[in-house]
Design a protein around this ligand. Structure first.
Ligand code: GAL
Length: 976
C-alpha cells in the first residue's frame, strides 16, 4: 500500500490554492449525515468502500462536519450510539508532546482511520465542478465514483479537487487518518481531534468561472484616496456601485473613500463578473506599514488589544457553527478587544469575514507548530530539514491564498513555536513576493530574521519596560547585524497574561507599559476560551480537561486557560481585561479627565453619564457634556457635582456609553468608566451599646455582652442567638492554577502544602477577662513545623458591636525553613469562621459586583452590592480559590430565621463566603464534587495575595504578596 499519509509530500491531485470567495456559482453542500466506519489502522475498511455499489448498510452514521472522537457514532444496524469521549480513543490532549513516537515522517501502525461515504445527487445540467473540504484532520484520501482524486494533509486549511461529477448519483468516499506526517507539523497545544470537521461542498465551475482573485485596496491617509485594483484569473469586470467604479480586472481606480479599521469597519460591496461567474467583493481600504519601528495602519499607530483565539466549542470541538463564531466576535467587541491572533492556525474562513464586518484587526497564523521536536533537542526539526519544505510551503500558500482578500487580516504569522530553520527563509520570501502588503510575524527565532516584529511570550513586566525604553538585553546566539535589525522592529507581545484558572493578574500593569512606548504595537492575552468538553460520567456533568482522559502523554488541565469558560461564560478575567484596555480612560480627581485611547475614532459615538453616590447610595445623576476629543488626545471637564453635607464616602462615577445600536451591542452599552472619591467624611456612627465587663457565665462560657466564648480555646461560640465557630486565623487558600507555577518553577502551592499552611493547629495560651476586654492569645502553626504565627485577639464592645483587635507576629523560620530551605509566603492573612447554613445572602459596600484580588480589581467598582451565596461563587471548571471581594467597608449576611449579621472592617477587609471550606475547595477536582457542608464558611481577610499568571509566565510580583510583617487590624461583628 502506498503510505501517502506518512510521506513528506503534503498532498497529491489537489487544485492550486485560491481565494476563499462567495459567488453565484451553484454549489451543493455535502454537510449532513454520512456513512462511517472506524478502523484501527490506516488500511481502514480495505479497498472496496470506494466503489459505487459497496454495501454500507451495516455501517454507522455520523455528522459531517464533526470530529469523530466527539460525535456519537450511530450504528445503522441498531444498538446504542457509541461515544469515544472520555476514552483514550477519543479526544486526547497534549501540550508540547507529540502523541506519536518521534520518528518523522512515520506514524504508528495503530492509526485510527475513519472511512466516510456519501451518496449525493448532481443536477443534469451541471458542468465541471470542484469538491472543497474546508478542514480535515489530519490526512485524507478522496475518491469520487470509485476514482481517486488525491490526498491531502494540513488539517486547518482548505483543499480542493477537480470533481468529475456525473448527473444524478455520485459516490464520495473519504478515508481519514488520525495520524500522518502532518501530525509532526501540527503539534499545537490543543486537543487532537480527527475527522472532517469543516464544511464540504461541491461547487460548479462553468466555463469562464473565476478561479482566483486578489483585491488590492490601499488607502492614502494624506490624500484620503483609496486605490483599488482587483486581479482576476479570468477576464472580468469590477463594479463597486457606491464608488462609481466600473473597470476591467487588473485596472486600477483611485477614488475618495472612507478607510477600513477595526474601529470603523467601512466596507464597500461590489462584484467581479466574468463570463461564467460573479464573485462578491467586500472591499475595505487600508494600508499597513511599519514606519520608524512603529506599526501603522492608514498612517496612524495602532495598538492591538488582542486575544489568542483557538476554535473551541464544549460539545463540537473545532467544528464551530456560524452563531458560535458570531458569539465570539460579539463578546470580543463588547469587551473592548480589537484584535485576534488566530492561534495557531487559520480559522474557519467565515470567522475572518465576520472580522471584516464587525471590525477586528487580525493576525492570521499558519497551521504550523513543531514543538514536539524539543524532546529530541530540536534534532530533525522540520524547519531545518529541506525534506519538509514542500509541506511547510504548501501550508503557507494555502493560508495566504485563502485569506488574502480580507481587510481585517493585517499580519501573517508564519508559525508558532517551531524554533528555527532555513525553511522559514523560503516561506518568508514566498509571502513577501505574493503579498508585500502585509508584514510578517514569527516569534520563536531569536534572530527574528524572517519577522517584521520583535516578539516574545510571557515576559516579566520589568523586561517589557526595558523593551519599551529600547534597552532590552541582547538575545543569545544572534549576530551583531541581526541584533541591530531587531532593535529597529516594532514589538508585538504575541502571548501574555496566561488566563489559566483564576486570573490573570496585572492586566492593568501590562497595559500601562504597552501604552508607554510607540515601540509596542500590541499584545494578545493567552487565551480566549477554555478548551474543556462537556462530559457526563457516573457522578455528574462537568467540563472535561486533558487529565480526565487516561492517556499519556497528557497536558492535563493546561487546556483550561481562557478568558471564557468552555461554555462561553465570561470569566472575571475577561471583565478585568475589558477595563484594562478600555478605549477611553476616565480619571476623576479635581476634574474629570477623559483620554481618547482609540486608534482612529473620536468620541461622538459615546454619551457620558455621571452618578454621585454616598456610601453606595445614589444621590444625583446626569449627562456629562464632553467636547470633541480626537484619538490620542485628552480633555478636562469640570466635575459635574460636588459632595453634599452628609457624612460618608462620596463617589463620582462617569460612564461612556454607546449612543446608538451597533451590530455587537445595543445603545447604552458601557464601553468605559471611571470612579473618583470626592469626599470621605466620617462614617455615621451607631448609638453606643451598654457594655458589661467580661465575666464567667452560668453555662461555663465567658460572657461579653451577648457574646459567649469558650474559656479554654478562647473562641467565639455564640453571638446573640447565632452559633459561631471561630474566628481563627487563616493563612491558606485553595491553590489557584497560578499558585502552582509551571514545571516546578514558582510552585508556591507545594510549599504551602509542604509546610502545612492548609492544616494549621491552634494553641491558646491565654484567655483572660480584663475589665471590658477579653484577651485571648495563642499560636497558630502546622504540625511538624517550627514557624508560627503568634496572635492576640482583644475582644470588646464598640460602637454597637463586638470588636476584635487582632495582632499577629510571624515567629520562627518563615524565610528559610530547616531541611527544605523554603521561603514561605502565605497567600492569605485573615480570619475564618463558620456560621449557620441559614445565612444565604450578602450585601456589602466595597468593590463589586464581581470578584476582585489585589492585582485584578480594576473592573470592580466601589459600590453597594447584593448577592446570594451561590452567586458569590465563580464556577472555575477546576475548583480553586474564587469569589473574593476586596476593599469591603461593611458586609451584611442574612437569611431566613437568623438575625442580620454585620461585619465592619477597620481598615477595610476582603471577604469570601461559601458552603464549603477552602480545603474542600482545594480537594475537589470538578465543580460538581463541591457539596454543601451544612455551614456557611466566611473568610474575612486582612490581606490575600494576588493572582499573577505564573502558570505560564513570571512569578507574582512582590507587591502583590502578603507581607510577612507584624501587623494589626480590627473587625466588628454586630447583629441587627
Ligand atoms: C505558549 C503556546 C501556547 C500555549 C501557551 C500556554 O507557549 O504558544 O500554544 O501552549 O504557551 O498555555
Amino acid at each position: 500500500m502506498d503510505a501517502y499519509w506518512e510521506s513528506f509530500t503534503p498532498g497529491e491531485g489537489r487544485r492550486r490554492p485560491r481565494a476563499d470567495a462567495l459567488s453565484d456559482a451553484r454549489r451543493i453542500t455535502l454537510n449532513g449525515r454520512w456513512r462511517f466506519r472506524l478502523s484501527p489502522t490506516a488500511a481502514g475498511t480495505g479497498p472496496a468502500f470506494v466503489r459505487a455499489g459497496f454495501d454500507d448498510s451495516r455501517w454507522d452514521e455520523i455528522t459531517v462536519p464533526a470530529h469523530w472522537v466527539l460525535e456519537p457514532v450511530t450504528p445503522l444496524a441498531g444498538g446504542p450510539a457509541r461515544s469515544l469521549r472520555g476514552t483514550g480513543e477519543g479526544p486526547v490532549y497534549t501540550n508540547t508532546a507529540l502523541p506519536v513516537p518521534l520518528d518523522p515522517p512515520l506514524v504508528p501502525t495503530e492509526n485510527p482511520t475513519g472511512d466516510y461515504r456519501l451518496v449525493f445527487r448532481v443536477p443534469d445540467d451541471w458542468g465541471a465542478a470542484v469538491l472543497r473540504f474546508q478542514g480535515i484532520d489530519s490526512c485524507a484520501k478522496v475518491w469520487l465514483n470509485g476514482e481517486p482524486l488525491g490526498f491531502s494533509t494540513g488539517s486547518r486549511l482548505p483543499v480542493e479537487f477537480d470533481a468529475p461529477v456525473v448527473p444524478g448519483e455520485n459516490v464520495l468516499a473519504v478515508r481519514v487518518h488520525r495520524w500522518s506526517s502532518g501530525t509532526y507539523l501540527e503539534d499545537q497545544d490543543m486537543w487532537w481531534l480527527p475527522g472532517i470537521f469543516r464544511d464540504v461542498e461541491v461547487i460548479e465551475r462553468p466555463d469562464g468561472a473565476i478561479d482566483d482573485h486578489f483585491v488590492h485596496a490601499d488607502f492614502d491617509h494624506e490624500t484620503g484616496l483609496g486605490t483599488l485594483r482587483v486581479e482576476a484569473s479570468e477576464p472580468a469586470v469590477v463594479e463597486i456601485p457606491e464608488l462609481g467604479v466600473r473597470m476591467a480586472a487588473g485596472q486600477s481606480a483611485t477614488v475618495p473613500v472612507e478607510p477600513w479599521s477595526a474601529e470603523s469597519p467601512r466596507l464597500y460591496d461590489g462584484t467581479l463578473t466574468g463570463a461564467g461567474e460573479t464573485v462578491e467583493l467586500r472591499i475595505g481600504f487600508r494600508t499597513v506599514a511599519v514606519v520608524d519601528g512603529t506599526l501603522t495602519v492608514n498612517g496612524r499607530r495602532v495598538l492591538l488589544r488582542g486575544v489568542n483565539r483557538h476554535e473551541h466549542d464544549p460539545d463540537s470541538g473545532r467544528a464551530l457553527d456560524h452563531q458560535t463564531m458570531v458569539r465570539d466576535i460579539v463578546l470580543m467587541k463588547q469587551h473592548n478587544i480589537n484584535a485576534v491572533r488566530t492561534s495557531h492556525y487559520p480559522p474557519h474562513p467565515d470567522f475572518l469575514r465576520l472580522c471584516d464586518d464587525y471590525g477586528l484587526w487580525v493576525v492570521v497564523e499558519c497551521d504550523l507548530e513543531t514543538h514536539g521536536f524539543i524532546y529530541a533537542g530540536w534534532e530533525g526539526n522540520p524547519p531545518a530539514d529541506t525534506r519538509w519544505l514542500p509541506a511547510m510551503l504548501d501550508r503557507t500558500r494555502r493560508m495566504v491564498e485563502r485569506d488574502k482578500n480580507r481587510p481585517s487580516v493585517i499580519i501573517w504569522s508564519l508559525a508558532n513555536e517551531s524554533w528555527v530553520g532555513e525553511n522559514f527563509d523560503a516561506l518568508e520570501s514566498w509571502v513577501r513576493d505574493r503579498d508585500p502588503s502585509r508584514p510578517i510575524h514569527y516569534e520563536r527565532d531569536p534572530s527574528y530574521r524572517n519577522s517584521d516584529f520583535y516578539s516574545l511570550m510571557y515576559p516579566a513586566q520589568e523586561l517589557l519596560e526595558q523593551i519599551g525604553r529600547r534597552e532590552e538585553p541582547r538575545p543569545e546566539g544572534v549576530s551583531d547585524e541581526e541584533d541591530s535589525r531587531r532593535r529597529t522592529l516594532p514589538f508585538l507581545l504575541c502571548e501574555y497574561a496566561h488566563a489559566m484558572g483564576n486570573g490573570p493578574g496585572s492586566l492593568v500593569d501590562y497595559q500601562r507599559i504597552l501604552e508607554s512606548s510607540d515601540r509596542f504595537c500590541g499584545a494578545f492575552v493567552w487565551e480566549w476560551i477554555d478548551h474543556g468538553f462537556r462530559h457526563r460520567a457516573g457522578d455528574g456533568e462537568y467540563f472535561m480537561h486533558g487529565g480526565d482522559v487516561a492517556y499519556a502523554p497528557n497536558g492535563g488541565r493546561y487546556c483550561l486557560d481562557g478568558l471564557l469558560f468552555p461554555d462561553r461564560t465570561p470569566s472575571p478575567g475577561l471583565h478585568e481585561l475589558k477595563k484594562a484596555i478600555e478605549p477611553v480612560a476616565i480619571e476623576i480627581d479635581t476634574t474629570v479627565s477623559i483620554r481618547n485611547r482609540h486608534d482612529v475614532r473620536g468620541l461622538d459615538h459615546l454619551a457620558f453619564r455621571w452618578r454621585l453616590e454616598v456610601d453606595g447610595e445614589r444621590r444625583e445623576e446626569g449627562d456629562l457634556p464632553v467636547p470633541p476629543v480626537p484619538p490620542g488626545e485628552s480633555a478636562e471637564v469640570p466635575l459635574p457635582a460636588r459632595p453634599g453635607g452628609e457624612p460618608g464616602e462620596w463617589w463620582l462615577t462617569v460612564e461612556a456609553r454607546l449612543v446608538g445600536d451597533t451590530p455587537w451591542a445595543p445603545a447604552g452599552h458601557v464601553v468605559a468608566w471611571g470612579q473618583g472619591l470626592l469626599a470621605d467624611g466620617a462614617p455615621r456612627s451607631r448609638p453606643p451599646r451598654a457594655t458589661t465587663p467580661a465575666r464567667q457565665a452560668d453555662d461555663g462560657l465567658i460572657a461579653l455582652g451577648d457574646a459567649r466564648f469558650d474559656p479554654v480555646s478562647g473562641g467565639l461560640v455564640r453571638l446573640g442567638s447565632v452559633k459561631v465557630d471561630g474566628p481563627v486565623l487563616d493563612l491558606g487558600r485553595a491553590p489557584i492554577e497560578n499558585d502552582r507555577g509551571q514545571g516546578g518553577v514558582n510552585d508556591l502551592a507545594s510549599v504551602w502544602r509542604a509546610v502545612g499552611l492548609d492544616r494549621l493547629r491552634h494553641r491558646t495560651d491565654l484567655v483572660e477577662p480584663d475589665g471590658d476586654v477579653l484577651r485571648v492569645a495563642g499560636r497558630a502553626a502546622a504540625s511538624a513545623h517550627p514557624h508560627a504565627l503568634a496572635y492576640r485577639f482583644d475582644w470588646c464592645h464598640d460602637d454597637g458591636g463586638l470588636r476584635v483587635d487582632v495582632s499577629v507576629d510571624f515567629t520562627g523560620p518563615w524565610a528559610d525553613t530547616p531541611h527544605r530551605h523554603l521561603e514561605i509566603v502565605p497567600p492569605r492573612l485573615g480570619l475564618r469562621m463558620s456560621l449557620p447554613a441559614a445565612y444565604a445572602r450578602a450585601r456589602w459596600f466595597g468593590r463589586g459586583p464581581g470578584e476582585s484580588y489585589v492585582d485584578s480589581c480594576a473592573a470592580a467598582r466601589v459600590g453597594r452590592y447584593d448577592a446570594t451565596v451561590e452567586e458569590l461563587q465563580v464556577g472555575y471548571p477546576v475548583p480553586q480559590e474564587n469569589g473574593n471581594r476586596l476593599d469591603i467597608r461593611w458586609l451584611e449576611l442574612s437569611g431566613p430565621g437568623v438575625p442580620l449579621l454585620r461585619v465592619d472592617g477597620s481598615p477595610t477587609f476582603g471577604f469570601a463566603a461559601r458552603r464549603w471550606t477552602s480545603e474542600e475547595l482545594g480537594r475537589a477536582r470538578h465543580r460538581h464534587e463541591l457539596v454543601d457542608s451544612g455551614r456557611l464558611w466566611l473568610n474575612v481577610d486582612h490581606a490575600q495575595q494576588g493572582l499573577g499568571s505564573a502558570a505560564c509566565g513570571p512569578a507574582l510580583p512582590e507587591r502583590y504578596r502578603v507581607p510577612r510583617t507584624s501587623t494589626t487590624w480590627s473587625v466588628r461583628l454586630s447583629l441587627h
